[in-house]
Design a protein around this ligand. Structure first.
Ligand code: SF4
Length: 763
């Protein structure tokens, strides 16, 4: 049977014709919106008989593969009995720099469309036209070639010939993958309690093309419970790929380990891990230019060989494997991982590759999204991460500095930076003594000023000068550009606020409710599975992550026996005003705990200040244990050293002091006797601040409990995460002490997990 591969024109010609180097020198790139507007403007100038956005499709057989090629051409122009295929490209760059042969990919794209149309309509000749348009000046530059059918047919056949080895490899891998999935059985002896239900619901959500919100406590085996059904869905033809998205390295590693385990059981599925650019870069500085970096120089000339080599030999493309092949083919490891992500069956990476408007994987076509599932791990983190991704801020000092630096060097930059600086100063004055002011509208006039600055900065940056001022300008340019980009998302779910401290003024477009944008940026994917051990309260997270009415939700009970953890509540006020008074009772509880139950403990506080207050007295109190204290800004090594102290079978008791919501309260796994107890001081409320209060007011106005949305739910999430460090397996036993009188009130009792409800009160 002939094998089939379906391709869009763009990736097909990009694969064959890409060449040259990575170059992140300043270029004035047009945004998607700019480009769409410019396209539409050109299309509006078409005659009545002309057509736009015409869908074209063809089938070509070569060797034993049938290539189904499709795409949408920008324009189909009819004049004097001639047909012209018009391919429009928008740019912000200087049109005089564009020559006929500047970009072979553009010609190849247009010629493929021309071939498909000429074949369908029996044309002997057809014109192929490239129209370059400047997004601001709307100036045009066109190139046109008259081609015979024989010429474009030969051209397209040559493209197919060059693409065929890659297609053959992809098809071979797909066959192997599907056959291995058919045989794949659940890689553990038995399903744990709740696991079958969870995995089944994930499969159902994917096959029903619905989103799922799942609260799956520690021990449910959430990584395998999501990956396994998603892989089965690939085998059943519901999916082509999945993206496993996480906020932390440890959960990324867990996903890799789970895939590795299934590989050992025979699974042939390709996966790529994307590691942040600054972590994986081979050079001292991330200056991605051919003159500085040999891995950037000629990157696209070597990329296809690298991809073919990797795909032919590897399935689990983790950071280490990517580095090996990147060195072998002299490729930038970061860009290489992104390019591999488009071909792999699974991508493991941070949320921002999908949801952040600044860095998302932009080349993923709508058709591919429909065959992709998003598995969003630790989804409770996504609420605040999304707020950050969809917000933008800038500072007055940046523009004051530019005004000074460019006073005589560039009047355009001086004037526009000065205007921004003056306006921020005026905003500061309007704040008055409050130091803070909030508005529900976008500062339209200010955005116009930023636009002028961006235009002036672009002119200067295009000259590619070097020096500290130029670097400052580039940073300010990106900040301003991002700010303007976020204005395009701004709606009633945003506010604009100004805040000042001494001479510094901050202006922020603050996204209060990210649900709508998460929905928008996650649109088009077959299914999204949001899961976490603490997606609780589920209703709150569904609301914040943009659940639709008919989405699925599931709450899995903890698979561990209640008896594994003995829970105590010490009803003590830990409110700000009572903190001094709370020190002594906390220490006496701690002393009693370590004397009666020696072992390894973690005690979590809502802030460093509170933690240090207790630490000071603890050091004097002569507790019968070693104290370990978390510090701000610990390095990776210091963090590892802190955790390494928690050893099994220690004779001396150890108490680690840490903060809730910090590096030790989430994503650490101290199994067995490495951790015998956890103390959580306070209900985790985020610090009272202006931003939180704006969130509170916004949700109160929308008819919800604003205080719960801004403070209580995020706070309790931290408590559940911190407490959740204790019982990691069914063989773990230990003690949890919750220190706060609010834990005994109905509001907080509702938010405690069932398995903590047999608590005893410490009087
Ligand atoms: S190796 Fe580093 S400097 Fe070179 S292109 Fe990659 S990220 Fe840029």
């Amino acid at each position: 049977m002939t094998k089939q591969i379906r391709m869009s024109v763009r990736p097909l010609v990009e694969y064959v014709f890409r060449s040259g180097s990575i170059d992140n020198r300043f270029r004035s790139a047009s945004t998607m919106t700019d480009g769409t507007i410019a396209h539409q403007k050109i299309q509006k100038t078409y005659q009545e008989t002309d057509e736009k956005e015409v869908f074209l499709k063809t089938e070509i057989e070569y060797r034993d593969i049938q290539f189904i090629i499709e795409g949408r051409c920008d324009g189909l122009l009819h004049s004097d009995g001639k047909v012209t295929i018009d391919e429009i490209k928008s740019t912000r760059g200087d049109l005089s720099g564009i020559e006929e042969d500047t970009n072979p990919v553009h010609w190849a794209q247009a010629k493929c469309y021309a071939y498909m149309y000429a074949l369908d309509h029996d044309l002997e000749t057809i014109n192929v036209q490239l129209t370059y348009v400047h997004v601001e000046t709307e100036e045009k530059k066109q190139f046109i070639q008259e081609c015979t059918f024989a010429q474009i047919q030969a051209f397209v056949m040559d493209v197919i010939k060059q693409f065929e080895p890659y297609a053959a490899l992809l098809l071979e891998k797909k066959d192997k993958r599907n056959a291995s999935i058919q045989k794949l059985v659940f890689p553990f002896e038995k399903y744990r309690a709740g696991q079958r239900k969870f995995a089944g619901t994930v499969y159902k959500a994917i096959s029903d093309q619905t989103d799922l919100f799942a609260n799956a406590p520690t021990g449910t085996g959430k990584t395998i419970s999501t990956l396994f059904p998603a892989i089965k869905a690939i085998g059943e033809g519901h999916l082509e790929r999945m993206f496993y998205l996480t906020a932390k390295t440890i959960t990324r590693t867990a996903a890799e380990d789970t895939l590795r385990l299934m590989k050992e059981k025979g699974l042939e599925l390709s996966s790529v891990t994307i590691t942040a650019k600054d972590k994986v870069c081979f050079k001292e500085k991330t200056i991605c230019q051919k003159d500085y970096c040999e891995f950037a120089n000629g990157y696209y000339d070597r990329l296809n060989d690298g991809i073919l080599d990797m795909l032919a030999n590897e399935t689990l493309m983790d950071r280490q494997t990517i580095e090996v092949y990147a060195r072998k083919h002299q490729l930038c490891p970061f860009e290489f991982s992104l390019d591999l992500a488009y071909t792999a069956d699974a991508m493991i990476g941070d949320y921002n590759y999908i949801f952040d408007p600044r860095v998302s994987l932009k080349r993923l076509a709508e058709e591919q999204k429909k065959q992709t599932a998003l598995l969003v791990d630790e989804a409770h983190n996504l609420v605040d991460r999304a707020r950050g991704m969809f917000s933008a801020e800038l500072f007055k000092s940046v523009f004051l500095q530019l005004k000074r630096s460019f006073k005589s060097a560039n009047p355009g930059i001086y004037q526009t930076a000065k205007a921004i600086n003056d306006e921020l100063l005026a905003m500061k004055k309007r704040c008055g003594d409050a130091r803070f002011s909030v508005a529900e509208e976008l500062p339209e006039d200010f955005v116009v000023m930023l636009d002028s600055f961006v235009a002036e900065a672009e002119k200067e940056l295009l000259e590619q000068k070097t020096g500290e001022e130029q670097e400052q300008l580039l940073d300010a340019y990106f900040t301003a550009k991002n700010f303007v980009r976020i204005t395009e998302l701004y709606d009633e779910r945003y506010v604009t606020y100004v805040e000042y401290e001494k001479s510094e003024v901050k202006l922020k477009l603050f996204c209060l409710d990210p649900s709508h944008l998460l929905q928008q940026f996650g649109k088009g994917y077959r299914s999204k599975v949001y899961f976490s051990a603490t997606l609780s309260p589920l209703g709150y997270f569904k609301d914040m992550l943009g659940a639709k009415e008919d989405d699925y939700a599931v709450s899995i009970p903890s698979p561990f026996a209640k008896e594994n953890a003995e829970v105590f509540i010490q009803p003590l006020s830990t409110r700000y005003r009572d903190r001094d008074r709370s020190v002594e009772p906390i220490l006496s509880m701690l002393k009693n705990l370590v004397e009666t139950r020696p072992g390894n403990y973690l005690i979590f506080f809502p802030s460093y200040a509170y933690m240090n207050l207790v630490v000071e007295s603890a050091e004097e109190a002569d507790l019968p244990c070693e104290l370990l204290i978390q510090d701000t800004g610990m390095t990776e090594e210091e963090r590892e050293a802190f955790l390494a102290k928690f050893e099994e079978g220690q004779t001396e008791t150890l108490v680690g002091f840490a903060v809730m919501g910090g590096i030790f309260s989430e994503g650490i796994d101290l199994k067995g006797d490495r951790l015998n107890g956890v103390v959580v001081v306070g209900v985790g409320l985020p610090q009272l601040n202006e931003e939180r209060n704006i969130i509170k007011d916004y949700f109160t106005k929308s008819g919800k409990n604003g205080y719960d949305y801004a403070y209580v739910f995020p706070g309790m999430n931290k408590v559940l995460q911190a407490g959740g460090r204790l019982i990691r397996t069914e063989d773990d036993f230990g003690t949890i002490v919750l220190v706060d009188d609010r834990f005994l009130t109905p509001k907080y009792q509702q938010l405690l997990p069932v398995e903590w409800m047999d608590y005893k009160v410490i009087r």
